[in-house]
Design a protein around this ligand. Structure first.
Ligand code: NAD
Length: 260
């Protein structure tokens, strides 16, 4: 149980982050939400999650591409809850283009949000975790942290980097009660992927359903999407005592993607 502990899940107003936050809340953790969206909807999400699981929630709107805003987020977490016990680095974006056409500002944004933000949250969370000798750092990487695809150079570079950073963090904390691991999802039907489904449906003049099938057929042998709840289940396992010696792994949950 995570009762009395606090989890910060970056990018938790949508998709996988929200799924993981709900699973941690179900274990009793207080949740600090972060991410973009309509403030009224986010307030409603906060209230509903608090009521459903009998926990405390808070929200901070830090833009994870900006170091100063991440510092403000971490200060807010300490003021509000004392410390971050479970840090889930999940915020991420995607952009699809050939390298020679890749907009430089998209490259910079993907590296900042998908990789560098985890360095900032981790460096700011570690002192308190070390003082308490307990912590869980979970980096949401991707199957693209383990293998590549064409047209996703920035994303693949950032996610491979995040897997490497996970291992370094695990080594620096190896003799403490803090663990750091990565989760590597395959296709999950979130807004991030729906955009790629829409692009494909438009490009190939096929239906939404056909575009989803085509996307899965290319990479994911199960032919089924992974769900945010399934990923949340893995995050809960990483937080459990059974996972005390699981350190520095990059665990794919991908319908067989990287087994090929
Ligand atoms: P999503 O678009 O549904 O959610 C992304 C979340 O990040 C949102 O809450 C959004 O507001 C937030 N966010 C985006 N930019 C931000 C910024 N600059 N600052 C703060 N928050 C920001 O996407 P998702 O599919 O749930 O993706 C979550 C993570 O999972 C990402 O790191 C993504 O790379 C990874 N992932 C997704 C898939 C998939 O198939 N969907 C597969 C592997 C990995």
């Amino acid at each position: 149980t995570l009762k009395g502990k606090t989890a910060l899940v970056t990018g938790s107003t949508s998709g996988i982050g929200l799924g993981i936050a709900r699973c941690l809340a179900a274990e009793g953790a207080n949740i600090l939400f972060n991410g973009f969206g309509d403030i009224k909807e986010i307030e409603a999400l906060q209230a509903a999650t608090a009521a459903e699981f009998g926990i405390q929630t808070a929200y901070h709107n830090a833009d994870m591409s900006k170091a100063a805003e991440i510092e403000a987020l971490m200060q807010f977490a300490e003021q509000k809850f004392g410390a971050v016990d479970v840090l889930v680095n999940n915020a991420g974006i995607q952009y699809v283009a050939n390298i020679e056409d890749f907009p430089v500002e998209k490259w910079d944004a993907i590296i900042a949000i998908n990789l560098t933000s985890a360095f900032h949250t981790t460096r700011l969370a570690l002192p308190k975790m070390k003082a308490r000798n307990w912590g869980r750092i979970i980096n949401v990487a991707s199957a693209h942290g383990l293998v590549a695809s064409a047209q996703k150079s920035a994303y693949v570079a950032a996610k491979h980097g995040l897997v490497g950073f996970t291992k370094s963090t695990a080594l620096e904390t190896a003799q403490t009660g803090i663990t750091c691991n990565a989760i590597c999802p395959g296709w999950v039907l979130t807004p991030l992927v729906q955009k790629q489904v829409d692009d494909r449906a438009a490009r190939e003049n096929i239906s939404n359903e056909a575009a989803k099938k085509a996307l899965l057929a290319e990479k994911q042998p199960s032919g089924e999407f992974v769900t945010p709840e399934q990923l949340g289940g893995l995050a809960v396992f990483f937080c459990s005592a059974a996972a005390d010696q699981v350190r520095g792994v990059a665990w794919n949950m991908d319908g067989g993607w990287v087994a090929q």
